[in-house]
Design a protein around this ligand. Sequence first.
Ligand code: NAD
Length: 455
Amino acid sequence: MEDLIQKQNDFFASQQTKDINFRKQSLQRLMQEIKDREDAICDALYADFKKPKFEALATETQLVLAELNYAIKNISKWSSPTPVETSWTNFPSKDWIQPEPYGKVLVISPWNYPFMLALAPVVGAIAAGNTVVLKPSELSPNTSKIIAEIITKVFPREHVGVVEGGVEVSQELLSKKWEYIFFTGSTRVGQIVYKSAAEHLTPVTLELGGKNPCIVDESAQIKLAAKRIAWGKFINAGQTCLAPDYILVHESVKDLLVEQLKQQIQQFYGENVETSPDFARMATAKHYQELKESLKGQKLLFGGECNDTDQYISPTLVDAPDRQSALMTGEIFGPILPIIPYTTEADLDRYILSHAEPLALYVFSRKGDFQKKIMSRYRFGGGAINDTVIHISNKQLPFGGVGQSGMGGYHGKHSFELFSHHKSVVKRSNWLDVPLRYAPYKIPIRWVKKIRHLF
Ligand code: NAD
């Protein structure tokens, strides 16, 4: 680790990463390697938690390739200095903002989208001219292995290196000095990362989780709502940081919504979900056991089947779990969906405000005022009106949380901005040097009190 860090320090100091063509070529090589090994990446994801190939392509490799493509096309534009208006106090001058790489970036990623969440930030960090050390999750070992192979083949270690391993390795990495840390994972570990970063005053991005509410009011188009909720909830078997965590449905349409959700689940995965090639498994035994345990004593509206042999939990609808139960206190992160009826808007407050700021919030309604109110009333990372999860797919939208669900947003140009320091530069001319600012001060104080008009 020491050797890798020293090498990256030296490489960054050599200024090679400042060259835009170097960055483009690096990203092009990565793009080619991912294209060449796309099937093998899908196989690794299947080996880790039976991730269906369609989902592996659509939510992992293709998202990373889209990020690569967009960055390669735009790096030159993004990295050019942006001229800004000058201030009269500096007249004559030229002023600009110059994006600069930070230096060594540490990226720590989770197991739930183990390829995309490891490589999407790496693309941004390289595009902005940093060196990178990536630590993928030990809980998706096959994907971690292929990521390590790809990175090792494409990059010299002094530019981008992978360190595989678990908690101890992660902690050792965090004890070192980085110029930027990008962490995706749980809020609990996010706090550990933040504390370690504070030791060296290292800036961080924390992409964390939370309990994402999904509101369905009485005016919603219920059939379509059910389809879009079931998709966002059961893709990746519910192991999605953006998945709806629980439904708050107006009591007058609750039965209809439940009926439609059941129908959608059957349409997606057939009568026996366990045999569907389109439904993944729980990625870790610990998480599987916790989820299975959380169903005990609950009133099930649908599903609830578990199979220990391959950590299978079927899409499950739970009727209004107790607010103190495990299902309603922590993030669910699996294919279990509580359905809670509400009557008044005050009920929504009671549920939503009793949890920390979620990563996402969704509202299904045909009432414009209600949509607007919900979008502005609560603090959450991002969200959608009349759909779930899809806001992640627009690279113009920064993806990230707020409060307990994290800080910082990335994707597309936002990634480049996030991994760049915005250096402010003023270039003065030498032909004029107004003496007024120098001591001994001779300007009447009443004039100084107006000086703000010159800034
Ligand atoms: P996690 O926090 O347990 O682990 C994430 C990474 O941190 C792993 O690489 C792991 O090795 C490392 N790690 C674990 N414990 C550590 C410790 N004590 N010290 C230092 N490093 C440690 O998260 P996870 O279980 O892999 O992922 C699930 C969580 O991630 C969920 O809470 C989910 O909401 C969140 N998540 C957020 C996003 C997002 O983009 N906001 C995306 C996916 C997942």
